[in-house]
Design a protein around this ligand. Structure first.
Ligand code: BES
Ligand code: MN
Ligand code: ZN
Length: 506
């Protein structure tokens, strides 16, 4: 999708469709009822005139994601005018705007429209922020997961060109241009991650994932090393190998390094990703129902690869290393069995109670390796537990943090990125559940508080390094399409992580 900026008066712009946000300003308070209940986010009189009738007819309420399409709007050069509802004006922010841009893309592309112009709301958000949110949302909305449909090419309905209309010319054109580029980089990286996650396990093996990471790294000029079983054994990654040993598909340890000149050497961020390219559960096999979805069990790793892509292009001055542990989790004659004991890279012994609790095993060694590489702060992302879905549903990802200061930084970044996440606890009282008769710890305990148990397990391997764990099991895959995003891989956490990394810039 091509993107370009325009400071034209909206009504004077020639486009297939002009998109304008409308907001709901209705008040419960009767005394304020004389104020207009729905307002248009443009000061262009011709636009206001064009929408006057449809708004006063009460057909347009400003409700979030409500779309109203008008043809040949009087007084406008645009062929069509699309009004998108932004919900209550009071709570409107860049996060809502991002979704509205996605909604506009999805509404228009389904009508065979290939290009449109989106008017940046004039009062609701600062221009640069609004512009960026629109670019991000539009790219995310343009993603289509129907890869292997044989009529995909005929049906491939995508927006080719997006014009973003900024009000007036009082803005710093250079700043706007760079906000647009940044939005594009982040959103394309998010879609890059979604591409990886969308692939089925026969087309996204650990080896293929490593190749995709290498190719991406070469394109953006970043260092990428990929290793196989030999290196995993040589590093004594007994927990990672315990999972990988059951599969005929070789595992891959993917290491991406971003080390810019001028970065402070005190800070070295480590991003660790779970990339189980298919999780059958192993010998503790999963039920058949819904097992096909376990192709997305590599979403944490795919997210970290996407974050590194964005970082390499945005070039913040902060050192970042990503460690991605990619493997299948299969039952076989070589597979690990319940009761087996594995010695992790850190030297800690683990009694395998349930071979389906494999994500924490691969991450345990990933975290140790990132520490060995010198990382001073760790973040992992993983589709780790069904229990986080029980706790937070499909709406919020779970955040766990061993360090409050690091959490505050992450929470700020998360807010900027407009992704839904919620902090869950890591009290010492939960530690009792880790006890094993035979080893230092078990890999699975009681059902209750399962997401917390998994995080407590990981904490043993993050040790004293400040660490954040993101459990994205319920949010990495959209169970339903939303007005702004297709059903399928969401790319959750990427935007927050990119913001988080940028926040450490020296
Ligand atoms: N990959 C799953 C978690 C998962 C569940 C991801 C639903 C996406 C959607 C993970 O490896 C797993 O199987 N976890 C088990 C752990 C249990 C055996 C302790 C779970 O959550 O049931
Ligand atoms: Mn599992
Ligand atoms: Zn898993």
């Amino acid at each position: 999708m091509n993107t370009n900026l325009s400071s034209s008066v909206p009504s004077q712009l020639e486009t297939d469709c002009l998109v304008v946000v409308v907001l709901d300003r209705s008040e419960k308070d009767q005394s304020k009822k004389d104020k207009p209940a729905v307002t248009v986010e443009s000061s262009d009189d011709a636009v206001r005139e064009a929408v006057k009738d449809v708004i006063s007819s009460a057909e347009v309420t400003g409700k979030a994601f409500e779309t109203t399409l008008l043809h040949r709007p009087a007084g406008l050069k645009a062929k069509r005018l699309l009004l998108v509802g932004g919900g209550k004006a009071k709570t409107f922010s860049a996060a809502e705007l991002r979704k509205l841009a996605g909604t506009a893309v999805r509404t228009l592309k389904s009508k065979s429209i290939r290009s449109f112009a989106f008017v940046v709301p004039e009062t609701a958000v600062p221009a640069g922020q609004g512009l960026r949110a629109i670019v991000e949302g539009a790219f995310v909305g343009n993603f289509d997961p129907g890869y292997y449909k044989s009529d995909r090419n005929e049906k491939d309905q995508k927006i080719d060109a997006l014009t973003i209309v900024v009000h007036g010319d009082a803005h710093d054109a250079k700043a706007l241009e760079s906000a647009m580029q940044a939005g594009r980089i982040v959103a394309e990286s998010q879609n890059f991650t979604r591409d990886l996650v969308n692939e089925p396990s026969n087309r996204m093996t650990p080896t293929i994932m490593a190749e995709r990471a290498k190719k991406m790294a070469a394109e953006v000029g970043m260092n990428c090393e990929t290793y196989g079983a030999d290196k995993i054994k040589q590093l004594k990654m007994g927990a990672f190998w315990g999972v990988a040993q059951g599969s005929d598909e070789p595992p891959a340890l993917i290491v991406l390094r971003y080390d810019p000149v001028g970065a402070a050497d005190k800070i070295h961020l480590g991003l660790v990703g779970k990339a189980v390219t298919f999780d059958t559960g192993g010998i503790s096999i999963k039920p058949a129902d819904g097992m096909e979805k376990m192709k997305y069990d590599m979403a944490g790793g795919a997210t970290m690869i996407g974050v590194m892509r964005a970082i390499a292009l945005l070039k913040p001055k902060v050192k970042v290393t990503a460690v991605i542990c990619a493997t299948e989790n299969m039952p076989s004659g070589k597979a690990q069995k319940p009761g087996d004991v594995q010695i992790a890279m850190s030297g800690k012994s683990i009694e395998i109670i349930n071979t389906d609790a494999e994500g924490r095993l691969v991450l345990a060694d990933g975290l140790s390796y990132a520490r060995q590489l010198g990382c001073t702060h760790l973040v992992d992302a993983a589709t780790l537990t069904g229990a986080v879905v029980v706790a937070l549903g499909y709406v919020n990802a779970g955040i766990f943090a061993s360090d409050d200061q690091m959490y505050e930084r992450f929470a700020n970044a998360n807010k900027q990125a407009g992704e839904k996440m919620w902090r869950l606890p890591l009290d010492d009282e939960y530690k009792d559940n880790l006890k094993s008769n035979i080893a230092d710890m078990v890999n699975a305990g009681s059902r209750w508080g399962g997401a917390i148990f998994a995080a407590m397990f990981l904490k043993e391997f993050a040790e004293d390094t400040p660490w954040i764990h993101l459990d994205i099991a319920g949010t990495a895959w959209m169970e339903e399409a939303k007005p702004w995003i297709a059903k399928g891989p969401s790319g959750i956490a990427l935007r927050s992580l990119v913001e988080f990394v940028k926040g450490w810039e020296s």
